[in-house]
Design a protein around this ligand. Structure first.
Ligand code: DAV
Length: 372
């Protein structure tokens, strides 16, 4: 007879700032630039060096990104944070379901896009790109281990979406649209994804204890937000959008809570006044983030220069900031945060910065109500 008994708490994280004790850091192994597909194409800026390219990323960039991610993991361990790493699947394999086919996958970066930790639960997001449909498999060995060890761990997976052409507006794909028109569309909340079925990426969600703040944009639709609301009935779920962003995917280079009462907001992607009410009523301050140190993203990078504000908070007084982002570090210092410098810029192309490339497993503390 088996004597298997799960017995310790492994998974617990309710917000973005309580003291971090256990985290997953992504890996760059075998990452691919996926072939064209509707939602992804809409994100690649029209003048980007990535247009029209696909295939495995150059090996020297993979090696360099892994070197930086390994060093970041060691830095976290040196501060007493337990670090787990995923088990990369073969991203060169095509992905085929009865509804779609794509010739390659994406990678196992960044974990924040796929895994949403809420309390004792880790939820695998639906995802909204075909090339990322199977990405959860990179994390299954860890999920299985947590499940076996932690009797309270809830391993959940949102309904896999069909991702047929009906999920995407084809207007978004026609000829050169131009940034002006894209800005008008995002102000009108007309995004590349339709309301065919619930879609969300985990990185569109920020956790504030009892409240979840979710960005409505390219990667998360209103039905995705409604799905999250029904799935977490003890939470209040708030849809937000940031009209200044022509390519709104993922909230974590736009709106960054640092500690109870303090949030950085991207000055080009200001939270509209009517959506500020819950923060203002509860005495939260929303301050403009410092300017990025760079005028352009690195080569073959999907993200904008605003990865400068994609920081990882270790506790309400300590924050990891990318080493070259000197203005962001200076602002953190003025806000009373101790800054831990992390060299990560050469890994940005793999899907993001310090918040992106991690996923919470355990932070101290419980579920507080910050907006009573
Ligand atoms: O500003 O390009 C990047 C977010 C990546 N998770 C941006 C958003």
């Amino acid at each position: 007879m088996s004597n298997w008994t799960p017995e310790k708490t492994i998974v617990n994280s309710w917000n973005e700032w309580d003291p971090l004790r256990h985290v997953i850091v992504g890996k760059a192994d075998n990452c691919h630039i996926p072939p064209e597909e509707p939602a992804l194409d809409a994100k690649v800026p029209e003048d980007s060096d990535m247009r029209g390219q696909w295939g495995k990323r150059p090996q020297e960039t993979i090696d360099r990104a892994n070197e930086l991610l390994d060093t970041f993991a060691d830095q976290l361990r040196a501060r007493g944070v337990k670090v787990d790493r995923p088990t990369p699947i073969d991203h060169s394999l095509p992905a085929t379901t009865p509804d779609f086919h794509t010739d390659s996958q994406f990678g196992c970066m960044p974990p924040r896009d796929v895994l949403l930790t809420v309390g004792s639960e880790i939820l695998e997001a639906t995802m909204s790109y075909r090339c990322r449909w199977f990405e959860y498999l990179n994390y299954r060995p860890l999920m299985q281990q947590y499940w076996e060890e932690d009797p309270n761990f809830r391993h959940e997976s949102a309904p896999k979406p069909r991702l047929t052409d009906a999920d995407y507006h084809d207007d978004y794909l026609s000829e050169k649209i131009g940034v002006e028109k894209r800005l008008q569309w995002t102000a009108d909340k007309f995004f590349v994804t339709t309301e065919e079925e619930p879609l969300f990426d985990a990185a569109d969600v920020l956790r504030f204890g009892r409240d979840l703040v979710v960005q409505h944009g390219f990667t998360t639709n209103l039905k995705g937000i409604e799905w999250i609301r029904r799935h977490f009935p003890d939470h209040r779920v708030h849809a937000v959008n940031f009209p200044g962003d022509p390519y709104p995917i993922h909230i974590d280079a736009t709106f960054t809570p640092l500690r109870p009462g303090l949030i950085l907001n991207n000055p080009q992607r200001r939270l509209p006044d009517d959506q500020r009410v819950m923060f203002e009523k509860n005495g939260w301050e929303i301050v403009d983030a410092a300017q990025p140190a760079h005028n352009a993203p690195p080569a073959l990078c999907y993200s904008s220069v605003w990865l400068s504000m994609n920081v990882l908070v270790l506790d309400p007084k300590t924050v990891c900031v990318e080493k070259s982002e000197v203005y962001q570090a200076e602002q953190m210092d003025k806000l009373g945060m101790e800054v831990v410098e992390v060299d990560l810029r050469d890994a940005y192309a793999f899907g993001g910065g310090l918040h992106c490339c991690t996923a919470d497993v355990y932070r101290e503390g419980g579920c507080e109500d910050y907006f009573p």
